[in-house]
Unconditional design. Structure first.
Length: 407
């Protein structure tokens, strides 16, 4: 999938620039050609000679170089690439990208580009958290710029927190995910003739007419999976709790609120070949919803009596005559992630479980990235951190390979 792809790597001036050397080497090992643009500041961290040696190509830095402009202008630099990767993407370069500033070769190339862009941010944790950087990131994301990382941990500046550039292996996984998506968006219709059901988002369990029990699921993961299955040609029904996510192209949305409604809508969608249960279903609901808004009556807080909700994943996994050929669940864990997921797969009777850590520090709930451990009967496969879209693409690809061709 990566053989022969052309990467334009833009190296900005951050301490993580040293990782770009390893990235170039690994990209080349996978058969990709890598052409590099370095900002002036990047020269402070790695030498153009090292970059040129590893990429086996000239390094481009000067906007006004007569030689560069005549041999390879900024327009051609971007036109002759399949993907532009900015690693490290510094706060400064992200700001210039967001503002459309073209004051050096890197920024001008990005502005003059019609190619997909992947950024790997790298900066001090306060710079990353700063509203200006987050606003720039939101602008770039809204324009379709993809992102990998940053990770959290010890930073070169001595502080600890988010801002560390993703490792080369993670950036390569994101590049692979990008090209897999491109392939799927094209002519790959391996799931044509198949029917798929995906659950997504949270459920809301009413307490009274104005209050409910729920969770932080945004629906990003489930919706991305529905989009990826539909892109492969599956006729896809998406049963979703309340979310802000747009309905993916070619997907039939069935909006629900409660777990009971989600179960009913899921059963109504049967028969299907594939069921992926990504919704964060509330395990409990209040046994009797109050007809009127609960009032403070001076007798202390009300006692809520909870009863267990139906388990949609376990119910579908145990259907006799119309069990989907492949039932995939998720396991949202905050400790012993893989161990709990292995037990959960057996308890619920599904074929695969995608385990993810939902501890608040991971940002899995609501965030754009996820780290998955795929639990099958045969064993566990850990995937590197990637965007939720990439998780969806990889899962859809795996499903298509398992079910084997159009139906
Ligand atoms: O929506 P996002 O912000 O993108 O976040 C994605 C996610 C974290 C919600 C998603 O990746 C995820 O982990 N979804 C499953 C959440 C969950 O409820 O996990 P669980 O371990 O409690 O449940 C295990 C499985 O049983 C899940 O497939 C769940 O959908 C299913 N389940 C749970 C309870 C229930 N009553 N019925 C169910 O079907």
């Amino acid at each position: 999938m990566l053989q022969g792809r052309r990467i334009l790597l833009i190296i900005a001036g951050g301490i993580a620039a040293y990782k770009s050397l390893e990235l170039i080497r690994r990209l080349r090992d996978r058969g990709m050609s890598v052409r590099c643009v370095m900002t002036k500041a990047a020269h402070q961290f790695v030498t153009p000679l090292a970059v040129a040696s590893l990429s086996e190509d000239k390094v481009y830095s000067e906007l006004w170089s007569l030689t560069d402009e005549s041999e390879m202008g900024h327009i051609r630099l971007s036109r002759e690439a399949d993907l532009i990767v900015v690693a490290p993407a510094t706060a400064d370069l992200m700001a210039r990208m967001a503002a459309g500033i073209a004051d050096d070769l890197a920024a001008t190339t990005l502005l003059a580009s019609d190619k997909p862009v992947l950024i790997a941010p790298s900066m001090n944790t306060m710079m990353w958290a700063h509203p200006a950087t987050q606003a720039n990131l939101a602008i770039l994301t809204s324009r379709g710029v993809n992102r990998v990382g940053p990770g959290a941990g010890d930073l070169a500046c001595g502080e600890v927190g988010s801002g560390r550039m993703s490792e080369p292996a993670e950036i390569i996984a994101a590049i692979e995910g990008h090209f897999a998506e491109v392939a799927l968006a094209g002519s790959d219709k391996r799931l044509a003739g198949r029917r798929a059901l995906v659950t997504s988002g949270p459920t809301r369990e009413p307490i009274d007419p104005v209050r409910y029990l729920s969770n932080h699921s945004s629906g990003k993961q489930g919706h991305a999976i529905a989009a990826a299955l539909a892109a492969l040609g599956a006729e896809t029904v998406l049963v979703s709790g309340p979310t802000q996510e747009p309905t993916p192209t070619g997907v039939t949305l069935v909006p629900v609120e409660t777990a009971q409604q989600m179960l009913a809508a899921s059963e109504a969608a049967l028969p299907v070949d594939i069921a992926v249960m990504a919704a964060a279903v509330a395990d409990w609901r209040v046994d009797r919803e109050a007809n009127q808004k609960l009032k403070k009556d001076g007798k202390g807080p009300p006692m809520l009596h909870l009863v267990e909700n139906p388990d949609i994943l376990a119910t579908l996994s145990r259907r006799r005559n119309d069990r989907p050929s492949l039932v995939v669940g998720f396991a949202a864990e905050t400790e012993n992630v893989v161990g709990n997921a292995v037990a959960k797969r057996q308890r619920k009777g599904c074929d695969w479980i995608l385990a993810n850590d939902v501890s608040p520090s991971t940002g899995t709930f609501g965030g754009d990235s996820n780290t998955i451990h795929l639990v099958e009967a045969e064993g566990v496969e850990s995937w590197p951190a990637m965007t939720k879209r990439e998780v969806a693409t990889r899962l859809a690809d795996r499903i298509a390979a398992t079910l084997g061709g159009p139906h």
